[in-house]
Design a protein around this ligand. Structure first.
Ligand SMILES: [Zn+2]
Length: 136
C-alpha cells in the first residue's frame, strides 16, 4: 500500500471539514456529528456533514454527492473529521470505502496510520478484494 505525506492543502481540507461541522453540529436532533471535505482534481473543494435518519448517510456520501451534483467527476483527496478523534480524522466506514472505490478508486483518503500519524492512502487500498460491478 502506497502512503502519501500530507500537504498544506490537505491540512486546509481538515480545517474546512471541521468548520462545516462546527457550523452545522447537532448531537441532539439531527446528529450531525461528522464533517467532510473533498478536493477535486481541478482544485474545487466541497464540504458536507452526515445526515441522520432511519438509514442515514455518512458525511463522505453527502459530500461526494454534493460534488457530483455540481458536475465534478475527478477527485483528488477526501477527509472525514470530528475534533474529538485522533488528529481530528475519522477513517471511512466500510460502506463509504465501497462507494469511494466505485466512484474514485484512486482518490486519496486522509487517515491515521498504525502509529497515529496522518497519511494519505488510495481508496482502493482501503478495500482489498472489493466488489466491482460486472459489465456484461
Ligand atoms: Zn461511512
Amino acid at each position: 500500500m502506497e502512503r502519501y505525506p500530507l500537504t498544506e492543502k490537505d491540512k486546509e481540507l481538515i480545517k474546512i471539514g471541521l468548520q462545516v461541522l462546527a457550523n452545522n453540529f447537532d448531537d441532539g436532533v439531527y446528529n450531525h456529528t461528522v464533517g467532510c471535505a473533498v478536493l477535486c482534481k481541478n482544485g474545487n473543494i466541497y464540504k458536507g456533514v452526515n445526515c441522520d435518519g432511519i438509514h442515514g448517510s455518512c458525511a463522505e456520501y453527502i459530500t461526494v454527492g454534493i460534488a457530483i451534483s455540481s458536475g465534478e467527476r475527478e477527485f483528488d483527496t477526501i477527509v472525514a473529521v470530528h475534533e474529538k478523534h485522533h488528529n481530528c480524522v475519522i477513517p471511512p466506514c466500510g460502506n463509504c470505502r465501497q462507494m469511494l472505490f466505485e466512484y474514485c478508486p484512486d482518490i486519496k483518503v486522509i487517515v491515521n496510520d498504525e502509529n497515529g500519524n496522518l497519511i494519505k492512502v488510495k481508496a482502493r487500498d482501503l478495500l482489498p478484494f472489493a466488489w466491482e460491478p460486472v459489465i456484461c
